[in-house]
Design a protein. Structure first.
Length: 172
């Protein structure tokens, strides 16, 4: 398996990954698939943090980070997600490989904080904690239990306050 940056040629496969990974009912496209398209169209996806997992020449997973704001700072934090893996490749380490790679890349870019909404049981293994313990509040108070953050080398205690995802998240 290879983890690499997404290219424009990968876009249909990335859409398919999220469509299949998050499918809840037949014939209904889950919001995660068009969300990535909208984030990309808005210019909110950070190219160096949009990664695909390739197995035998096929894109089998994708993760991306988008521009975000925490407090008054628009440079210290990013929103992670969605993270998707084709069902046929789940529980094989693809998601973990994508997470480790995107966190390492975000750290190398000098970012201080990665924020996401997801399962504490899954994301805790990557160092994510409830965001409120770091002074970061979710856009919706109902998200508190699943709203998580991971500090990176560039983190400073001033990276706190209300978190705001890229505008595409509000449109879904």
């Amino acid at each position: 398996m290879l983890i690499r940056r997404e290219t424009p040629a990968d876009r249909p496969a990335v859409h398919a990954v999220h469509r299949e990974a998050f499918r809840r009912e037949p014939g209904v496209i889950p919001v995660e698939a068009p969300l990535v398209d909208e984030l990309r169209a808005d210019g909110a996806v950070i190219g160096a943090l949009s990664l695909v997992a390739v197995h035998d020449g096929e894109v089998v997973g994708h993760v991306c980070c988008s521009r975000a704001r925490v407090g008054d700072d628009r440079t210290a934090a990013v929103g992670l997600g969605p993270l998707g893996v084709l069902p046929s490749h789940q529980a094989r380490g693809v998601g973990s490989a994508l997470m480790h790679t995107v966190l390492g890349a975000a750290d190398a870019l000098g970012l201080g904080l990665v924020v996401l909404l997801g399962s504490p049981a899954y994301y805790g293994r990557f160092g994510f904690v409830r965001a409120s313990t770091l002074g970061v509040t979710p856009p919706d108070p109902k998200w508190e239990e699943h709203f998580q953050a991971r500090t990176l080398t560039g983190h400073q205690s001033a990276h706190a306050g209300a978190f705001e995802y890229a505008p595409a998240f509000s449109r879904i």
